[in-house]
Design a protein around this ligand. Structure first.
Ligand SMILES: [Zn+2]
Length: 178
């Protein structure tokens, strides 16, 4: 009788363990699906400003060091050791040759309107795509100008590329008149 009881108890335990395992599997699967869904919607709703806010406060190459700025070439955060300033723009030291070794030209300059999320986002996406896929840099440079007529300060954005990439940029940025 005792043997039967023990066998029955073991059988119950096995069933229980299998059930817990199955529940864990279901829970993990669902939470995985949810998080991938959230990531997707975040990606598609990114704006230039949001992308900047989401940037890591730590250096890309030194995870325990606070970032001192964003590289104009790859848009990642870097610490004081990794970043340098040339022509009033910040570059990661590892990307500086991309700037110094080429002849850069101004593609266009336009008044920056913060609320034009779609437009700003589109430019940023072209920049990320060109750098990630082709290692072709596009510099989005923000600056201010004083309007002498009414003394107001206006924000402008300048797009810059390497001289040899001008044709490619005109194609990729065809939504802007260049
Ligand atoms: Zn660093």
């Amino acid at each position: 009788m005792n043997t039967y009881l023990i066998i029955f108890a073991i059988f119950l335990m096995v069933v229980l363990i299998a059930l817990i395992g199955f529940l864990c599997f279901i829970a993990l699967r669902f939470s995985g699906q949810n998080s991938s869904k959230t990531n997707k919607s975040e990606d598609s709703d990114d704006t230039l400003e949001e992308v900047q806010i989401k940037k890591s406060p730590f250096c890309t190459d030194h995870e325990d060091t606070f970032a001192a700025g964003t590289c104009s070439i790859d848009m990642h955060s870097y610490c004081e050791l990794c970043i340098t300033k040339v022509d009033d723009m910040k570059f990661a030291r590892k990307n500086i040759d991309e700037y110094l070794n080429y002849n850069w030209v101004e593609l266009t300059m336009f008044k920056h309107i913060k609320t034009q999320y779609d437009f700003n986002n589109r430019i940023f996406k072209v920049k990320s795509k060109l750098w990630n896929e082709l290692k072709t840099p596009l510099i989005i440079r923000g600056h201010f100008k004083i309007n002498v007529e009414d003394d107001s300060i206006e924000a402008f954005t300048t797009l810059m590329c390497r001289e040899d990439d001008k044709k490619l940029m005109q194609k990729e940025l065809s939504f802007i008149k260049l």
